[in-house]
Design a binder for this molecule. Structure first.
Ligand SMILES: C[S@@+](CC[C@H](N)C(=O)[O-])C[C@H]1O[C@@H](n2cnc3c(N)ncnc32)[C@H](O)[C@@H]1O
Ligand code: SF4
Length: 378
């Protein structure tokens, strides 16, 4: 059966990190019952629209869903089980920040059905954590990783590299430290300066400069080497796992399968009556709540994607995966001669491989993936 995922966005954070451009808001007192009702109404809306099948994954992302009242998490899991059914192997992930996920809170989440915890660790260096505006220190990060590994069948954590002034040796030390926990899954992100963030303003005003492109590429290579030595495979451009520990939910995105998005600013991609539909809910929490009460759903836009738009999305997502993306018999791709020529050139230059209809980024292409995708689809 085709996988089906559910993404639930919790938009609040204790504080807003200076690098982050997600749809996030400072935490404030909230009405847990109103949130449960809205999210469940939104779920019910989609369950009536799409082909009924059990959910293979639920992902509580944010924002900081570890700040959501446990009653909301429980209510959503229960409603998802009633309205869709849960696959026997359902993966239920929740993103957590180390400071609000002590061992007790983790046990409560596990009892509610969460079976995979994703921790935002970012660094083990207190000065780097301060620079990143995090409210936890290295000791809290370490405690959270150890507890998550004990309590959840699956866990993972995020680190950020290519920080200003981070030497290759600093990054190696961070990775050594991370791998010392014998993680089964890791997400390693290169620091990106997103427009409109506090970091973008600091960089624009000359307070500091981002890492040079070559350092970013070198530190990406260091991550690839060290995780491979530790027996983890780089199954996606930023994600590393031991066999069997790949994120089932994120694979749905990258394989361009179906997922429902509920909560403020959530995106979904669904097959409705044979058409590929892109959905997006209202961004602002108060608008999302009132709209859901009045209209029975939080969706702001839903757009049917034509073949060309689907191709662009499928390539952008699929090329991130080591398994690549199948273009076999994809005449939408080959109908465009200029694009087919660009593909041939990127293969000849060693950035992409194209075997039996499957397109993959090579080791040379992976560090410059965003540029390759842009060249291929523009
Ligand atoms: C949505 S955040 C959620 C996790 C949680 N709220 C936290 O911050 O710990 C997912 C991850 O994206 C990464 N991230 C967000 N913005 C980034 C940026 N500008 N550059 C690099 N990584 C970023 C961070 O590693 C973060 O943990
Ligand atoms: S990085 Fe995480 S905690 Fe920080 S603002 Fe973004 S979502 Fe919130």
């Amino acid at each position: 059966m085709t996988p089906l995922g559910l993404y639930v966005h919790w938009p609040y954070c204790a504080r807003i990190c200076p690098y982050c451009d997600f749809n996030v808001y400072r935490a404030r007192p909230i009405d847990a019952a109103a949130w449960s009702d809205a999210l469940i109404a939104d779920l019910a809306y989609w369950s009536a629209c799409i082909e009924q099948r059990p959910l293979t994954s639920i992902y509580f992302g944010g924002g900081t869903p570890s700040l959501a009242p446990i009653a909301v998490i429980e209510a959503i899991i229960a409603a998802a089980a009633t309205k869709f059914g849960l696959d026997e192997q359902v993966e239920i992930t929740l993103e957590a920040n180390p400071n609000d996920a002590d061992e007790n809170a983790m046990r409560v989440l596990a009892a509610a059905g969460v079976n995979r915890l994703s921790l935002g660790i970012q660094s083990f260096d207190d000065a780097a954590l301060k620079f990143l505006g995090r409210d936890h220190d290295a000791a809290a990060a370490e405690r959270a990783i150890a507890s998550a590994a004990k309590i959840f069948p699956k866990s993972t954590f995020d680190l950020i590299f290519a920080l200003p002034d981070q030497s290759d040796e600093d990054w190696r030390n961070t990775l050594r430290h991370a791998l010392g926990f014998s993680p089964t899954h890791l997400s390693l992100y290169q620091l990106t300066i997103e427009p409109g963030t506090a970091f973008a303003k600091q960089v624009d005003s000359g307070r500091w400069a981002p890492a040079a492109e070559e350092r970013g590429a070198r530190q990406f290579e260091i991550a690839a080497e060290m995780t491979a030595e530790a027996g983890m495979s780089a199954y996606e451009i930023s994600n590393y796992a031991r066999p069997g520990h790949e994120s089932r939910h994120n694979l749905i995105y990258w394989r361009y399968q179906d997922y429902i998005g509920v909560g403020p600013g959530a995106h979904g991609r669904l097959t409705v009556d044979g058409k590929r539909v892109a959905t997006k809910t209202l961004n602002r929490p108060e608008h999302y709540l009132s709209h859901t009460v009045e209209k029975g759903a939080g969706v702001e836009t839903s757009e049917v994607l034509d073949e060309e738009a689907q191709l662009v999305e499928r390539l952008s997502m699929g090329l991130r995966l080591v398994e690549g993306v199948s273009l076999f018999a994809d005449d939408v791709f080959y109908r465009n001669d200029a694009r087919a020529d660009r593909l041939a050139q990127l293969v000849a230059d060693g950035f992409l491989s194209h075997d039996c209809g499957t397109l993959r980024a090579t080791a040379l292409g992976r560090p410059v993936l965003n540029r390759l995708i842009y060249e291929l689809v523009s």
